[in-house]
Ligand binder design. Structure first.
Ligand code: NI
Length: 175
């Protein structure tokens, strides 16, 4: 197991549409273990495979205390409802936070690391984490979901200042 470096905004790996996982192999289980290590090390609540440069439909998510990681393979949102706006961050955009509108609850289907089908329903912060991580699988970042004025302001700030060296102050909310 290993802590990997998280790809940052500007890396083309974050903009590709990830391919479905064809089979759960020992190699895939190693990727999952590395993603969990990396997510814990970064104090994130979730991490998507493209963020470590692996173009597969695979995410890991933690509980709201940042523990109890679980992996979801080929996740698909089957139902969603409600609407809620809350501040969001991303390990690929350190130190950047902005309010994002998301569904309040989601129902999703996926496979677990044993290849078994799982269905689950999430609300609140956990539902937000799922939606954020699944966006990563389609090459979408949370800043894409902001109004154009806010998005341009953030892009200019990144261009001018880059990312903060130590963006730890808010890290617990980064996905
Ligand atoms: Ni993210």
């Amino acid at each position: 197991m290993a802590v990997l470096s998280v790809r940052k905004y500007g890396d083309p790996a974050l903009r590709r549409r990830a391919a479905p996982v064809a089979a759960v192999t020992s190699e895939l289980r190693k990727v999952i273990a590395d993603m969990v290590d990396t997510m814990y090390d970064e104090l994130g609540l979730g991490l998507a495979a493209p963020q470590i440069g692996v173009p597969l439909r695979l995410v890991v998510v933690a509980d709201e205390e940042g523990r109890a990681a679980r992996a979801l393979i080929n996740p698909v949102i089957t139902e969603q409802g409600g609407e809620i706006t809350a501040e969001e961050g991303c390990l690929s955009l350190p130190g950047i936070f902005a309010p994002v509108k998301r569904a309040e609850w989601v129902r999703l289907e996926a496979q677990d690391p044993d290849g078994k089908a799982v269905a689950l329903t999430a609300r609140g912060l956990r539902a937000r984490v799922f939606q954020h991580e699944m966006d990563h699988l389609d090459g979408v970042l949370f800043i894409d979901r902001l109004d154009p004025v806010t998005r341009d302001r953030i892009k200019r700030r990144i261009k001018k200042d880059g990312f903060a060296e130590d963006a730890a102050s808010h890290r617990a909310f980064a996905l």
